[in-house]
Design a protein around this ligand. Structure first.
Ligand code: SPV
Ligand code: MG
Length: 556
């Protein structure tokens, strides 16, 4: 059902019919597109005149049926969507013979248009104010047949057909005008529009007197605009059409703005005299969109917290002026690559926890929060600075990672509250890293199995590296769902009680989660990533990016 019907309890056609039949004088205003239709409604009008002149003008064509009737009908659809008012279409001559009118009526009803006005001229018509007297009128019988065909076609009894008499415009007599109006009334017209191009209303008033309320009368006082409205009321006119005043008021406003900006080469002079961009948004119904989005577009946006506070001690000189994450790899800072990789997977809410040389982090997009004690604290302290950045679904990641796209995609598709990525190709270490122990080591049969973390051991090159690990944790943790988030908060709060909290890293958080009985799912990968810990890592990062790019180029 048309929502606008619900709002008023009456169809648009019934409302237009009621306006025509009511004892008081009613007014409808021209509109020519969606936004003007909304403006007319907001001003308080009860109906809209979809003017042929104004609609053709807004298309930039002449009022000579240069716009096709389907282009007109398409525009009407925007107008009914933008406004709840009944619309009376200026249907010119009906765009052809009786058969064209039948199809028009059918299409208008389908699109919620309340009625159509047709004029007794020949197709293609010319605006009545251009060479009016030279315009040929339709044959009375033929035009009456057209009205009848329209009335027989309409499915809703309230749909209105107004017959417009052009005899006075075309220089014919008053009796010819009355004869035609009577024939059209008999053919079934719901109202007569009597048109005049004189500057005084005399012939309209004479017609109204002679007509004597045989059916509702409609007028278009464009030329006799100085007539007091009271005169129309006393003459028992039913409906006044203000036929072209929205397009005519818009034109000088646009001309003045265009001229001024062209001459001044700046917007400064017009900004305060034109509608704000917010006003345009309002007229477009942007608020409703935001509300609907909350209702229907509930897919939580994944967040990411990027831990990027450290300098990268093993990189000495190159990190003198910037933190490790801002080192260029293949011409772009590492962090920029990370942010792009997350965005590509729809992770758009990014927060970077910075510390060392935080002010040099200028990658567009992510929010930056600073761990002021970065020099004396570890990753968990940095994470604690970003607790507000957690969403329903959050990935906590080191900032110095490069990885193939599928790793993040698969992590985002995991269905556990906590998931980490473990590289089973590195079961021992040559430099620093975090080895992961699990309840099921990776072999080919493991694919698709649910593997859980049992412990993470960090090691940094002193003595023998730990043995028996299932792989190396790559530095990515996903925390998914409100339950997981509150578990994480609880465990983090406990760790904060510890005297050595400042030294703790994310592996300590993972171990605490496991000890608290929380299952931490392991997603195995086999290579396809690296981190940048030293010069060699930086070098390998360049190769990694180059290999990815040349692969992309080969595919292109
Ligand atoms: C229109 O608005 O297109 C009309 C009314 O037909 S008039 O221009 O006055 O003929
Ligand atoms: Mg017209």
């Amino acid at each position: 059902m048309d929502m606008k019907v619900k709002q008023y309890g009456m169809t648009r056609a019934a409302r237009l019919r009621t306006m025509l039949n009511s004892p008081q004088l009613e007014f409808i205003m021209e509109a020519h597109n969606g936004v003007s239709a909304r403006i007319v409604e907001e001003a308080g009008f009860s109906g809209i005149w979809a003017s042929g002149l104004a609609m053709s003008a807004q298309f930039g064509v002449r009022d000579n049926n240069e716009a096709s009737w389907t282009q007109v009908v398409d525009m009407l659809e925007f107008m009914t969507d933008a406004s709840s008012l009944p619309i009376l279409l200026d249907g010119d001559t009906g765009y052809g013979n009786f058969n064209n009118l039948r199809r028009l009526v059918q299409k208008l009803e389908q699109r919620g248009i309340a009625g159509v006005c047709i004029e007794d001229k020949l197709f293609p018509k010319t605006n009545s104010f251009i060479d009016g007297e030279r315009q040929e009128l339709a044959d009375i019988e033929e035009f009456s047949g057209k009205i009848k065909a329209g009335k027989d076609t309409q499915r809703d009894d309230d749909f209105v057909i107004v017959a417009r008499v052009e005899a006075l415009i075309a220089g014919w007599s008053m009796s010819e005008a009355l004869k035609r109006a009577e024939a059209y009334r008999r053919a079934g017209a719901d109202a007569i529009l009597i048109h005049s191009k004189r500057s005084k209303p005399d012939e309209i008033l004479e017609f109204a007197r002679e007509w004597d309320n045989r059916c509702p009368l409609v007028i278009v006082p464009t030329k006799y605009y100085s007539t007091p409205t009271e005169v129309f009321r006393s003459a028992n006119i039913s409906l006044v059409i203000w036929a072209n005043h929205m397009i005519r008021s818009a034109v000088p406003a646009m001309q003045a703005a265009a001229r001024e900006v062209f001459a001044a080469q700046t917007l400064i002079g017009i900004e305060d005299r034109i509608a704000s961009v917010n006003e345009i948004f309002r007229l477009q119904g942007a608020d409703e969109y935001s509300q609907a989005e909350k209702l229907y577009a509930t897919r939580p946006v994944a967040h990411a917290i990027v831990l990027a506070a450290s300098r990268g001690d093993n990189l000495d000189e190159v990190t003198r002026d910037r933190p490790k994450v801002m080192l260029p790899v293949g011409g772009q800072p590492l962090l920029r690559r990370l942010v792009d990789a997350f965005r590509k997977q729809g992770v758009t809410e990014l927060t970077v926890v910075a510390g060392y040389k935080a002010d040099t982090i200028d990658v567009p997009g992510p929010k930056v929060v600073v761990n002021p004690a970065y020099a004396s604290t570890g990753e968990l302290s940095s994470l604690a600075c970003a607790l507000d950045a957690f969403g329903e679904d959050t990935i906590v990641t080191y900032g110095d990672l490069l990885f193939r796209r599928y790793i993040l995609r698969d992590l985002l598709e995991a269905d556990a509250p906590f998931t980490i990525v473990v590289d089973s190709s590195q079961r021992t270490l040559s430099g620093c890293g975090d080895l992961a122990y699990t309840d099921l080591p990776d072999d080919r049969s493991v694919f698709g199995h649910d593997v859980a973390l049992t412990e993470v051991r960090s090691w940094c090159g002193n003595g023998e590296p730990p043995q028996g690990a299932a792989g190396r944790w790559i530095g990515m943790l996903r925390v998914n769902g409100a339950g997981a988030r509150s578990q994480l908060n609880a465990v983090l709060a406990q760790l904060q009680e510890r005297a050595d909290f400042a030294q703790l890293g994310v592996p300590d958080l993972l171990n605490a989660l496991v000890q608290a009985g929380q299952r931490v799912k392991v997603l195995y990968v086999h290579g396809h990533w690296l981190d940048v810990n030293d010069h060699e890592g930086l070098h390998r990062a360049g190769d990694f990016v180059h290999a990815e790019l040349s692969f992309g180029a080969a595919r292109a």
